[in-house]
Design a protein around this ligand. Structure first.
Ligand code: ASP
Length: 422
């Protein structure tokens, strides 16, 4: 009874963590039968998804309108995009460096290779046909401008929604006679209501997370992990280095924020990222963490974070670097320095084209592999462990977004210094 009572009183991130830990044995016990409880997890994810489009639109619109002048908007936009591009390039470089040193693909048993290729060929083919439909970089760029913004909202096309919200936010401040205020007030109320809805939905997060983890563990088991252990460990080490070193250094150097304080404030968002494998689904919680725990003002959080959830994927880019080297090593292809530079460039671009939803990283990986002539069937080798790595790289993706929000706010002189720790 006491355990239940203290659980109910525990902070949210502790409850989510307990849900996550209990999900592992539950998945092992239930095995494939864990599928039957998965709808509960699906409801949880859908509840968050339900909030994403109205929240992104209203908060970016209000954020842009309240930034006031175009110069400020340009400055914040430029800082954000430069930070996103630089950290993504650093992430891939870390991935490439440790994959070159640790050589995870060099010792893969040929029997295991044949087995993996055979068992995952079907799924790989599915991904490849999806990849064929994946847009080219230039199409992604032109596609940012919506033809019909209502259509973009209905389809949940994030880049188009962001573009239209920014344009409308700029235009509304120029409407003469202060007539734009009514629109700003309206969307401000919507954005506040959406934020409240996040608080309500998060109440069932521990159950949602428990079920999602049980379903993943039940589906994949532990065996596949053993065969690809070295590859998975190299990806995880790269992610840990990028998060532990680069973000710590960045928040400390640019915002004088203690890395411990930063990571503590980010815990709820990281747990949700891990269990949903989706930056977009984590966005509402990430905005909440940035504002309430890290002291980022609303106008900056609502501009920097939705943009990051859509275009900034450091974890995904790092994983693509390791995956490319791994597959090349298994096939005995030597990657030259220019090849590796091409990978840095392509993985940076492809992370912009990667939507913040589960498993998209493996589809855009095909852009990276094609650019240096690595056989695309190679993705069959890594599919078995992709879900678990997706969960981990999504943590890095959302943490990178929040570090940008902290740094942009600090350099604008608007980061609130909370009195008590998060
Ligand atoms: N699941 C990742 C995200 O939403 C994207 C990916 O790497 O597949 O951030």
């Amino acid at each position: 009874m006491n355990i239940v009572k203290s659980f109910m009183k525990a902070p949210l991130h502790t409850k989510i963590f307990v849900g996550l830990i209990l999900g592992i044995p539950a998945g092992l016990i239930l095995g494939p039968r864990a599928e039957t409880i998965k709808p509960v997890g699906d409801i949880f994810i859908r509840l968050i998804w339900m909030i994403v489009v109205p929240l992104v639109f209203s908060s970016i619109f209000v954020g842009t309108a309240s930034l006031g002048d175009l110069r400020k908007l340009g400055r914040i936009g430029a800082k954000t995009i430069v930070y996103y591009l630089v950290t993504t390039a650093v992430a891939i470089t870390i991935g490439l460096a440790i994959a070159n040193v640790a050589k995870p693909g060099a010792g893969l048993n040929p029997e295991v290779k044949a087995q993996l290729l055979q068992s995952y060929q079907g799924e790989a083919m599915k991904d490849l046909s999806l990849a064929k439909q994946a847009p080219r970089v230039i199409d992604v760029l032109t596609g940012i401008v919506p033809k019909n913004p209502i259509g973009s909202l209905a389809a949940g096309d994030m880049l188009q929604i962001i573009f239209f919200a920014i344009m409308l936010g700029v235009a509304v401040t120029m409407v003469p006679g202060g007539k734009g205020k009514i629109l700003i007030d309206f969307f401000e109320a919507l954005s506040d209501a959406m934020t409240l809805m996040v608080h309500i939905v998060m109440k069932i997060a521990p159950i949602g997370v428990f079920v999602l983890i049980a379903a993943v563990v039940g589906q994949f088991g532990a065996k596949i992990l053993l065969n690809l252990l070295k590859y998975a460990l190299v990806v995880l080490a790269g992610l840990a280095i990028h998060m532990g070193a680069i973000y710590s250094l960045a928040v400390w150097a640019f915002a004088r924020m203690s890395p411990l304080f930063f990571f503590k404030g980010m815990r709820p968002a990281q747990l949700i990222a891990f269990s949903t494998s989706s930056s977009n689904a984590t966005l509402p919680v990430n905005i909440q963490c940035a504002e309430e725990n890290l002291g980022v003002p609303k106008d900056i959080a609502s501009f920097v974070l939705p943009l990051g959830a859509t275009i900034n994927m450091d974890g995904t880019a790092l994983y693509q670097g390791v995956a490319a080297v791994f597959i090349a090593q298994v096939y005995g292809i030597a990657l030259t320095i220019p090849d590796q530079l091409t990978i840095v460039l392509m993985a940076t671009l492809s992370s912009i084209a990667t939507a913040g939803v589960p498993s998209v990283g493996i589809i855009t990986l095909t852009m990276v592999l094609t650019s240096v002539g690595i056989p695309l069937e190679g993705i069959a080798l890594i599919l078995g462990v992709d879900r678990i790595l997706d969960m981990c790289r999504t943590i890095v993706n959302v943490t990178g977004d929040a570090s940008a929000a902290v740094i942009v706010a600090a350099t604008e002189g608007t980061l609130r210094r909370p009195e008590k720790s998060a």
